[in-house]
Unconditional design. Structure first.
Length: 146
């Protein structure tokens, strides 16, 4: 993987998610006990529809039908948003495409971690090489049983 593409992808997500809400306000608003007080999908995206069954350690995937193809995709466990996902075609990254002002659609809780994954075969129904970027609000330990 080209290091500059990786840096661009990570920079896009971090600047978007961190810049979307004041981190101090988000931390105060979502200060939480494990598994509690994460935003409810029904409250933050009532128009969202489920597009996948439950995925272990991630939850079911939900999208607002009006969202751009890149996302956000909401990962939901027990009705709560545990992460936000964006997807970028590898060919678009290689061509130098920029994505600016990506919005998470919610006031983001504190981010536990960000994963960038390459999917050489894409995902159904989009079978082209792509990168998925997940910003998790729940810890790996919280998601281990889901």
């Amino acid at each position: 993987m080209n290091l500059s593409l990786y840096c661009v992808a990570v920079g896009i997500v971090v600047s978007t998610l961190i810049g979307a809400a004041n981190p101090v306000e988000a931390h105060e608003r979502f200060a939480r006990a494990p598994g509690k007080d994460l935003p409810l999908i029904a409250e933050v995206a009532p128009q969202a529809v489920q597009i996948s069954p439950h995925v272990p350690n991630m939850g079911a995937h939900w999208v607002d039908p009006a969202s751009p193809p890149t996302g956000p995709v909401y990962c939901v466990v027990d009705g709560r948003v545990v992460c936000i996902e964006y997807m970028f075609d590898a060919s678009d990254l290689a061509a130098g495409t920029s994505w600016t002002r990506l919005l998470p659609g919610i006031a983001t809780p504190p981010i536990e971690r960000i994963d960038v994954e390459f999917r050489p075969d894409g995902i159904p129904p989009h079978p082209v090489p792509l990168y998925q970027i997940h910003a998790y609000f729940a810890s790996e330990a919280e998601l281990a049983n889901h």
